[in-house]
Design a protein around this ligand. Structure first.
Ligand SMILES: [Zn+2]
Length: 92
């Protein structure tokens, strides 16, 4: 994806990540008592398996996580993308 010079948001298609390659994803920790999100951090790990286009198995520091979004290392992380947003400027 590219960053728009007008608005600073991202546009274009995200790059595909293949199994065995590095990817960025979000690790979320939940509060055991309330079940609410305690912390979300963007990390770089390895894609282990693709179940569907919204379910991925990834590995980070020997731990296995199941996430709904992964991003190519060249692309903004899912967390960054959610924070910065997608460009809605007229087509270039
Ligand atoms: Zn824009």
């Amino acid at each position: 994806m590219e960053r728009c010079k007008n608005c600073g948001r991202y546009y274009g298609e995200p790059k595909k990540v293949a199994v065995g390659e590095k990817c960025k994803f979000t690790v979320t920790t939940y509060d055991e008592k309330t079940g609410s999100i305690r912390k979300a951090s963007g990390v770089t790990g390895k894609l282990k398996y693709i179940f569907s286009n919204s379910c991925y198995s990834v590995e980070y520091r020997k731990n296995k996580y199941y996430v709904d979004t992964v991003a190519h290392p060249d692309d903004p992380s899912p967390l960054t993308l959610a924070f910065v947003g997608r460009c809605t400027c007229p087509a270039k």
